[in-house]
Design a protein around this ligand. Structure first.
Ligand code: ZN
Length: 210
């Protein structure tokens, strides 16, 4: 996780949003490879291992030795090959550097290609596909049901087909800034209210937070 992402994190427990406290272990440049993130409200602690912050409840925690995937409803292949990152960038209507784009589930694999197109944007990947590693512009988080980020901080969100279900869509909507784009890798997602549909087609649903 990039060290500056700390101020965007929130505890997934149902209490007020308060900035979490980072204790760093191993660092690699600006990336935290190991450490702990603590919540000042409920005092829960979330470990950082191999650069990935783990907000899952303890029984679903992922350790270096045992990888327990998050239950997924279905895992169709994503309709978007990585080569279509340029299309995704256009749908997100991102121009100019800075800020955060949140990718959820299978959509996280778009991060390296999007990063090549969107200089100066930091990507936050929630529940990435197995085998993905963090990169200087990609921070990875594991979570169960709640996106562990503060409300209205993302310049764009992309939800993968594997997690295009209500709890994740509601969370993706929560973290998105008003007036920004919301892309789902499914043409018929169960969408939360407060989204205006802009386009549907080619396996994608595109909306805007109103
Ligand atoms: Zn807490």
């Amino acid at each position: 996780m990039h060290i500056e992402l700390t101020e965007m994190l929130r505890c997934p427990e149902a209490h007020r949003e308060e900035m979490l406290v980072l204790s760093t272990g191993e660092m690699r440049g600006r990336m935290v490879r190991s450490g702990l993130v603590g919540c000042p409200v409920c005092h829960k602690e979330y470990p950082i291992s191999n650069g990935i912050v783990n907000f899952r409840r303890s029984r679903a925690r992922v350790s270096r030795d045992e990888v327990t995937p998050v239950p997924r409803v279905h895992t169709p292949p994503s309709p978007l090959p990585t080569a279509d990152a340029a299309k995704l960038q256009a749908l997100l209507e991102m121009s100019g550097p800075g800020g955060y784009v949140v990718l959820i589930g299978a959509a996280v694999r778009q991060a390296p290609a999007l990063g090549g197109l969107m200089d100066g944007v930091h990507f936050v990947g929630v529940n990435p596909p197995a085998g993905m590693a963090e990169q200087p512009m990609v921070s990875l988080l594991y979570a169960s049901e709640k996106v562990p980020l503060r409300t209205a901080i993302a310049r764009g969100v992309v939800v993968g087909a594997d997690l295009a279900i209500s709890p994740w869509l509601v969370e993706a909507h929560r973290v998105l800034l008003r007036g920004r784009r919301f892309v789902v890798e499914s043409e018929d997602p169960e969408l939360p209210i407060g989204l205006t549909r802009l386009a549907v087609g080619a396996g994608l649903w595109v909306g805007e937070k109103t």
